[in-house]
Design a protein around this ligand. Structure first.
Ligand code: SAM
Length: 241
């Protein structure tokens, strides 16, 4: 009897789900790592242009709503919130959310809700979103769970809602796997960055472009456009079927 009760509770708690709250690769719960990440990203990436390109590709308007999954230090969510009605920013790291919330406060942006949940654990209730976006976060899940995550994202969107995905996805020549990876890691400017790229390859779950496209299609999105860069990066603009 007791066992039945426990089993039923376990099923209800969905404890067979992948635990997306455990940290992989870089520890995004560590405040020091978060500060380093934020500084590094603003020097490595042209964040302003990245954000502008996404806003343009999605054609985000004042009356639109958007959910970002894996918002990190909040750069995209905050800028997007200045251009639309409401942004829901999700992340599994409480400290990332704290950092992002503080940044939004400093920039006087208050039409954002920050919420501690991820691709798998977030259960949306309420009005559906016009847009979903995820930058550099989906590779934290193994492939099967990426599919479940994509299905969950689809369920949060209005019909014809758009989903923009940017991530590390492999499209290099797999006959030259080691050379490709070593060249990629060696181009990093400092030891810390090299270490985080090494961990990305050895501990995280980036997959191939063929698998990623299949997962996106199987989850019920149509890939409207895609772009592969330097064998390691991919951007997809997807529409809910
Ligand atoms: C490499 S950072 C990217 C942050 C930001 N999107 C950017 O482009 O700079 C990855 C982020 O994804 C978050 N993350 C990892 N697994 C996640 C999951 N299952 N659901 C939601 N967020 C996740 C991490 O906590 C971290 O903030």
């Amino acid at each position: 009897m007791e066992n039945d009760r426990l089993n039923n509770e376990n099923i209800l708690n969905k404890n067979y789900y992948y635990n997306e709250f455990k940290s992989l690769g870089t520890n995004y719960n560590d405040m020091k790592e978060i500060e380093i990440y934020d500084k590094r990203m603003s020097s490595l990436r042209d964040i302003k242009k990245e954000i502008e390109d996404i806003i343009k590709a999605l054609d985000i308007k004042e009356e639109d709503t958007l959910v970002e999954i894996g918002c990190g230090t909040g750069e995209f969510s905050i800028e997007a919130a200045k251009r639309c009605k409401f942004v829901l920013a999700l992340d599994v790291s409480k400290n990332m959310l704290k950092y992002a919330k503080n940044k939004a406060h400093k920039r006087r942006v208050n039409n954002i809700s920050f919420y501690n949940a991820g691709f798998l654990s977030y259960a949306h209730k309420g009005d559906l979103f016009d847009f979903a976006i995820s930058n550099m976060a989906l590779h934290h899940l193994p492939d099967f769970w990426k599919l479940i995550a994509l299905k969950n994202i689809k369920s949060m969107l209005k019909n014809n809602g758009k989903f923009y995905l940017y991530d590390v996805v492999f499209s290099f020549d797999f006959d030259f796997f080691e050379k490709s990876v070593e060249d990629w890691i060696n181009q990093a400017e400092d030891y810390r960055m090299k270490e985080s790229m090494r961990k990305h390859i050895s501990e995280e779950f980036s997959t191939t472009s063929e698998i990623m496209e299949k997962l996106i299609n199987d989850s019920g999105f149509i890939i409207k456009s895609k772009e592969y860069k330097s064998g390691f990066f991919a951007k997809y603009l997807c529409i809910k079927k």
